[in-house]
Write a protein that binds this ligand. Sequence first.
Ligand code: HEC
Length: 161
Amino acid sequence: MNNHKLNTLILLTLAFFATSCGGGSNENGEGETVAEATPAAPMTLEEAEKGWKTNKGVGPIKSVNLAAEIDQTLADAGMVIFEAKCSACHKVEKKFIGPSPKGIMEKRTPEWVMNMILNPEGMVAEDPIARQLLMKFSAPMANQSLTEDEARSVVEYFRTL
Ligand code: HEC
């Protein structure tokens, strides 16, 4: 990763923490304290994950159909992409800079995973699970500029893990 990208990532992380540390109340013009209307965000990753089956995330992917059988050719293509563009931060056998993708398809929808790959900035800003992951790992997920087809093949690879 070049320095410019790294700086952008660091800025994004700082911006995220700066905006998420606001208190629960604001002062209005008259000096009275008014409650914020926004509902409380989930407090833990576990709480955020409770709604995973209906959570498709935010981004370009609205619907993905997974065949019952794994498409091994597609999964192999996904593995090659994963090794080249993701393994600097993700290891299959252990938690690293980011979480291991092992078992991920049992706790995330395919749409969510693809949106996380294609739109990590939007996801950590708006999606409750992605927000909790960012706090847990203290590092942002990187946008590796995959195409939708490439992201789909990575999902197929994740199904084999
Ligand atoms: C620069 C490091 C970095 C790279 C490169 C990277 N990621 Fe990530 N990824 C992270 C971090 C850190 C997290 C967790 C924090 C977050 O979500 O912001 C994450 C989270 C994820 C998640 C959510 C995991 C979960 O348990 O829900 C998925 C899926 C993911 N990455 C896929 C990928 C794929 C696929 C690639 C390659 C195309 C990739 N990542 C490349 C750092 C990276």
